[in-house]
Write a protein that binds this ligand. Structure first.
Ligand code: UD1
Length: 356
């Protein structure tokens, strides 16, 4: 197929590009090389035969040319991160939502009917928990006073009892808690509007916490695995926020890329969402210990610090992806951590090229 890949110079994009090429697809790779992610003036080299286009998704004329003649679009280009600073709201809305709206309008005009969209688990907010008395409940946002007092677990909204964690499935309603999450939820709604109006196919890939070779470091987009490896390489202890028992599903970037390529190759009927996780939640504390061991560094320090926009647990049920698209993750947690520890010193601080 001839595929337009947006965000092709990014962390996940570079792995998707490599896998698309391995599978014999023709790729038009597009990236804006945003200065907050990519070193300014850095060269972007792509493998021979790849059309590399530098431009902004909000530029309607550029996007119209970019979709011309392609069979399918994988849309990864976005401003990522936590969305902690309210001043960043306009940039999230503009980069992610206006950019996506321009893309969808251009796809409709060019009659391109297959979309694979990078979404995120953060659209679910706190997900749900199980109360011994009230059953399945949706916890509200955690209060700053509770966090400051070290009460990190979100309580039952009815009786304030502690909750057991539930795995969210794709039918769980959205509850975005920060500007990034809101912009991802809006992207999904725009894509669903487009699919209904045009008869197009849209797969929403709700990624969990992605890690692996090429992870952004020393940028606002650095995830916790990257922050911990950087600290350990400096000889410092990883600093674990809250009490370290917050849970995430750390999924390897090659597995995420494989799921994305698979969704693009097998278009869904209408709109379908897929949680993309390893299926094995871990605590942030566990990850800090695994990396400290792999890098033979100092033991993690649990700081009790917190970030207001953080949710406590993000753990999803990714069985739909396995069932419907035949995907299984290939990289286990222990192997992934070992690889990350071995690679982190060799990776560029900021990705400079499309392929390492
Ligand atoms: C991550 C992604 C987000 C994605 C989401 C999907 C990043 C930066 N964010 O969000 O784009 O949509 O997964 O599930 O990759 N922590 C520490 N010490 C630190 C930094 C963080 O303990 O120095 C803790 C945080 O408090 C949090 C956890 O690590 O509990 C994960 O944080 P982070 O890597 O920033 O990712 P998410 O917020 O889960």
């Amino acid at each position: 197929m001839h595929i337009l890949l947006t965000g092709a110079a990014g962390f996940i994009g570079r792995h998707v590009l490599a896998q698309l090429l391995d599978r014999g697809h023709e790729v038009r790779a597009l990236d804006s090389l945003r200065p907050d992610v990519h070193r300014s003036g850095a060269a972007w080299t792509t493998p021979r035969g790849v059309e590399a286009w530098v431009g902004d998704m909000r530029d309607a004329a550029f996007v119209a040319k970019a979709v011309d003649g392609v069979d399918a679009v994988i849309h990864l280009a976005a401003k990522v991160g936590l969305g902690v600073d309210i001043g960043d709201m306009p940039d999230y809305a503009s980069s992610n939502d206006v950019g996506t709206a321009e893309l969808l309008a251009a796809m409709a005009r060019a009659d391109v009917s297959r979309l694979t969209l990078a979404s995120s688990m953060v659209v679910y907010g706190e997900g749900f928990g199980r109360c011994p008395e009230h059953g399945s409940v949706r916890p509200g946002p955690r209060l700053e006073s509770a966090l400051a007092a070290g009460d990190f677990e979100p309580p039952c909204p009815i009786c304030a009892r502690p909750l057991a964690v539930g795995l969210v499935d794709e039918e769980t309603s959205f509850d975005p808690r920060n500007a990034y999450a809101t912009s991802k939820a809006a992207q999904e709604f725009y894509a669903a509007n487009w699919a209904r109006a045009t008869g197009g196919s849209a797969a929403m890939m709700r990624y969990h916490n992605v890690y692996g070779p090429g992870m952004p470091r020393d940028t606002p987009y650095a995830g916790v695995a990257s922050i911990f490896t950087s600290a350990l390489r400096r000889g410092e202890a990883p600093r674990v926020f809250e009490d370290g028992r917050q849970r995430r599903d750390f999924v390897h970037v090659r597995d995420v890329a494989a799921a994305t390529v698979r969704a693009c190759e097998r278009p869904v009927e209408g709109v379908r969402a897929y949680n993309v996780g390893s299926g094995t939640p871990r605590t942030v504390g566990d990850m800090a210990h695994a990396l400290a061991r792999a890098l033979d560094g100092p033991a993690p320090i649990v700081t009790g610090q917190y970030r207001l926009g953080d949710v406590r647990h993000i753990t999803a049920d990714s069985s739909r992806l396995r069932r419907e698209l035949g995907w299984t993750p290939a990289v286990g947690f222990a192997d992934g951590m070992t690889e990350l520890a071995a690679l982190s010193g060799e990776e560029p601080a900021r990705p400079r090229t499309a392929l390492a």
